[in-house]
Design a protein around this ligand. Structure first.
Ligand SMILES: [Zn+2]
Length: 197
């Protein structure tokens, strides 16, 4: 295959869910497409990192700091939902009924893979909950060994914060990522959350 086509196909094939055949098909699709589209696609990809920043309050990624969720005065500032990742945040957002704020950990506790307490944004969460209007922290990490270990870490970190600590209900299948859980199940998991003992 010609150099430029091969190069782009190689890059696309590294995306999740895109195999070699799909990558090649996409390149030929772009070749046939109008150049305004491919220019816009290229610019959008090229400027992604410089445009996107991490929210200094909740660690969500967004075009602005604070992010649009932290900046939205109509949201309930008394509740924080702690999630593993930004896709999990998006999954809960699109499920519709949650109107509180979020906190993104950007990972789960995995000591064997070298991810320790300091690699997660737990200190930032602790700062947010001490002496603030926050009344409840919902731990929405996935139901797996790492998810439960992370929930426990949060419990210890917030022991002195004087907040209600709750855990999403077990409707979410064991080990599964929230981002792949359907909206109804997610909504119910949040509605049926229970006090963490
Ligand atoms: Zn934010």
């Amino acid at each position: 295959m010609a150099g430029a086509i091969q190069d782009l196909a190689d890059l696309l094939a590294r995306l999740p869910g895109v195999g070699r055949r799909t990558a090649t098909r996409l390149v030929f699709h772009m070749l046939k497409a109008n150049s305004d589209y491919t220019d816009a696609l290229g610019t959008s990809i090229a400027t992604l990192h410089e445009k996107i920043r991490r929210c200094s309050i909740c660690a969500n990624i967004s075009d602005s700091d604070p992010c649009s969720i932290c900046d939205d005065a109509t949201r309930d500032a008394r509740v924080i939902c702690v999630v593993e990742s930004v896709p999990d945040l998006w999954a809960i957002e699109s499920s519709g009924s949650y109107r509180g704020r979020f906190h993104v950990l950007h990972g789960l506790l995995k000591p064997l893979d070298g991810v320790g307490p300091d690699d997660l944004n737990v200190d930032l969460l602790s700062d947010r909950t001490h002496n603030s209007e926050v009344e409840e922290v919902i731990v929405a990490t996935r139901p797996s060994v790492e998810g439960e270990a992370t929930a426990l870490l949060i419990k210890h970190a917030l022991a002195e914060a004087g907040v209600h600590l709750t855990r999403i209900a077990s409707g979410v299948p064991h080990g599964s990522e929230l981002e792949y859980t359907d909206s109804r199940t997610l909504d119910r998991a949040i509605d049926d959350r229970r006090e963490m003992k």
